[in-house]
Design a protein around this ligand. Structure first.
Ligand code: FEO
Length: 173
């Protein structure tokens, strides 16, 4: 086994992040599935793609931990909700979740600075930028309810919009 190139605290933080990304992936999968059975086809493809994206985030961290000789541990995740009130609630939950992830990433950046751990600092830069995009994405979508409305026709419009954005997910790096 390689010698560990990061602190134990950083190892724990990154492993916790694996858990957060796994939970996000599962939670978006549950949302996608609910949208699918509810008839929101656009939102369903959007969240299936989002779930895949979270899995790529998780994998990035797993590989990084292993590359640093810190062995990733794959955690159990809590079962996500199976039913949701509305598409708007889903998007609100998604935004809240992303805000939590952003906080966790920022904490790790601070830890990497404290540790003078330049490798992890550089590794996290991608996630910092990604979180800005993720939050903006959900904020913009949530604005649509105020702009277009919340009646059936408006939701249908928003569902169509989500369909156009479903394939716009960033390719896994
Ligand atoms: Fe992996 Fe949506 O942050």
């Amino acid at each position: 086994m390689n010698t560990m190139k990061i602190s134990s605290k950083m190892k724990k933080a990154l492993n916790d992040q694996v858990g957060l990304e796994a939970s996000a992936s599962n939670s978006y999968l549950a949302m996608a599935s609910w949208c699918e059975v509810t008839g929101y086809e656009g939102a369903a493809s959007y969240f299936y793609a989002q779930s895949d994206e979270e899995r790529t985030h998780m994998l990035k961290i797993v590989h990084y931990l292993n590359d640093m000789g810190a062995n990733a541990t794959i955690p159990a995740t809590k079962a996500p909700a199976t039913t949701y009130k509305s598409l708007e609630t889903i998007l609100k939950t998604a935004l809240k979740n992303e805000q939590l992830v952003t906080k966790a990433i920022h904490k790790m950046v601070e830890l990497s600075q404290k540790d003078k751990d330049h490798s992890t600092y550089a590794f996290l830069e991608w996630f910092v930028n990604e979180q800005v995009q993720e939050e903006t994405k959900f904020e913009t979508l949530l604005q649509k309810f105020d702009l277009i409305g919340r009646d059936k026709l408006a939701i249908n419009e928003i569902d169509k919009l989500l369909a156009t954005q479903a394939t716009a997910a960033e390719p896994a790096a």
